[in-house]
Write a protein that binds this ligand. Structure first.
Ligand code: AMP
Length: 398
């Protein structure tokens, strides 16, 4: 049981940091309320215990002062719908007299949503005075915003110091994120296979280096594979390549060998004569990509080899697509890998999918409920797997 589940919030005012950074259309309608729904179980548990909830969130990227389009008041009607029968109030500022009065008057069973934290530039600066003012509004601090756990902002990390150890904790969502990531990184059942894709090697260097210490197999797909192939002396035509990362790619390949990590690169590709849905395409071996052609998806032989390793794995981490999956013509590789992960999960493997594009892909193929866990954290999850200590986690744990 987590600290949060064991805590009784009766008569306490819980300051809950949520991630309500949802997309809105031009009429302020919410187009995807996933993040709001994800916070509801945490809110409900506190209310059910007889406590009250003060919600804090950022919203968009205001320039450090109030901006109508970034006001959290646009979310108020939907928040009321998600909490039927609950009194939900709003404060036009997250600190100051109105917030203080409304927090003071808040009764058990009620919810108060504070205005966008980023209307004060002190939030992102991690200002201690500002954090202290926020902290003074409640009795307990609950961080349920994994998506911002890699930021040392006032509400995500700095304010934790103003609460005693038993009065600061992760909420249910954050707890699930942290324990699933922890399970993969530090107590994974072997064989552990990490599948990494996406556009650039440069974005994934640190994660690869850290996973070399943890994984048995590393599968590389997507645009980043071609820098490795070029480093091995292969002809990659017009495929994506980071020339300044060739030495680093070789270095990673030799580290993998030294550490006995099976490093699987695609052996064939779907190549195209242009970066377009109506391109001419063909399947070629990865040492035969001609000039004028670019690899935009892994080929059928690669799918076969990758699938075999995935099916033999007991723990699977997937971040990044195998090709340009946004275009139907170059989707087969990503889809096949998603299906293999779903199948391996059905056979008893534990699988975690994270990072914006792989989550988008798994949703598009309707396989999100066929994997063990889909993470909500993009940057935060990547930094976790890079082996970094996230400020939002450290602040609660230390
Ligand atoms: P990332 O944000 O680094 O995870 O990269 C995701 C993006 O990589 C997606 O938009 C894909 O379309 C793109 N991508 C994947 N494979 C390739 C490829 N072979 N060539 C160019 N772009 C790719």
């Amino acid at each position: 049981m987590s600290k949060f589940s064991e805590h009784n919030f009766k008569n306490e005012k819980a300051l809950v940091r949520v991630d309500f950074n949802v997309p809105l259309d031009e009429n302020y309608n919410i187009t995807d309320d996933t993040r709001m729904r994800a916070a509801i179980p945490t809110i409900k548990k506190i209310l059910d215990d007889g406590g009250s909830v003060i919600l804090m969130s950022h919203f968009g990227r205001p320039k450090g002062g109030p901006e109508e389009k970034f006001s959290l008041k646009h979310l108020l009607p939907h928040l009321k719908e998600l909490l039927p029968g609950v009194t939900v109030l709003f404060s036009n500022d997250c600190i100051g007299p109105e917030a203080e009065q409304k927090a003071k008057d808040l009764k058990p069973g009620e919810v108060l949503l504070l205005e966008n934290l980023r209307f004060h530039k002190e939030e992102e600066k991690g200002n201690e005075e500002f954090a202290k003012k926020l902290a003074s509004l409640g009795d307990v601090y609950v961080n349920d915003a994994f998506g911002t756990a890699h930021r040392a902002h006032a509400s995500t990390a700095v304010m934790a110091q103003f609460f005693l150890e038993d009065k600061r904790m992760f909420g249910l969502l954050m707890n699930a994120e942290v324990s699933n990531a922890e399970k993969v990184l530090n107590s994974s059942e072997k064989p552990f296979t990490a599948i990494l894709g996406g556009a650039k090697v440069s974005d994934k260097i640190e994660i690869i280096e850290n996973l070399l210490k943890k994984a048995n197999n590393i599968i590389i797909g997507g645009g980043m594979a071609y820098t490795f192939l070029k480093a091995q002396g292969k002809e990659i035509g017009n495929s994506l390549c980071e020339e300044d990362k060739l030495d680093l790619a070789n270095d990673i390949l030799s580290k993998a060998k030294q550490q006995n990590v099976q490093f699987l690169l695609p052996v064939d590709s779907v190549v195209a004569d242009k970066f377009s849905e109506d391109a001419d395409t063909k399947i070629v071996n990865n040492d035969q990509i001609e000039k004028g052609w670019m690899g935009l998806d892994i080929g059928p032989e690669s799918i076969k080899i990758f699938t075999k390793t995935i099916m033999e794995s007991k723990t699977i981490l997937w971040n990044g697509p195998m090709g340009v999956f946004e275009m139907k013509k170059f989707q087969a590789g990503t889809k096949a890998i998603a299906e293999a992960i779903a199948k391996a999960t059905e056979n008893g493997a534990y699988s975690l999918v994270g990072g914006g594009d792989s989550v988008a892909a798994i949703n598009e193929f309707n396989l999100a409920d066929k994997v063990s866990y889909v993470s909500t954290g993009g940057g935060a999850l990547l930094e976790y797997f890079e082996g970094k200590e996230l400020p939002g986690i450290k602040a609660i744990n230390s």
